[in-house]
Design a protein around this ligand. Sequence first.
Ligand SMILES: [Zn+2]
Length: 130
Amino acid sequence: MQRYVVPLQCRRCGSERAHAVVYLGTIIARVTCSECGEVVAPRPDVLLERYLRDFELRLADKPGKMLRHARTRPVDFLFHYLPLGLIRKPGEILREWTVLVGASSPGPARTPGCAERRPAGVPGTAPRRS
Ligand SMILES: [Zn+2]
């Protein structure tokens, strides 16, 4: 799960505001205006369908990615990529599934402990907490 803060036009505020954009893999799960709290998200069934399709593609791509990494940087692969990949990925997938479960239950979805990251080169303001 990735969380970015980017300036977007809010349909409720009517002007550009900082928005928290939550990705599950390459799928946008939720966009929240930091000013008014307006949430834009796909329907839970649509989100689940998109997520599962993306998840399949990520799994299918994995062996190729790992082989390329092992071939180009074998030492780095052995000591860093492989152990970290094995340890980190299950947790990441578990966090993504937590967001999916939250999206399909009533009330605002919660994402405890997610790291706020901003993509390089994208201007934005820090999110305000209400
Ligand atoms: Zn707003």
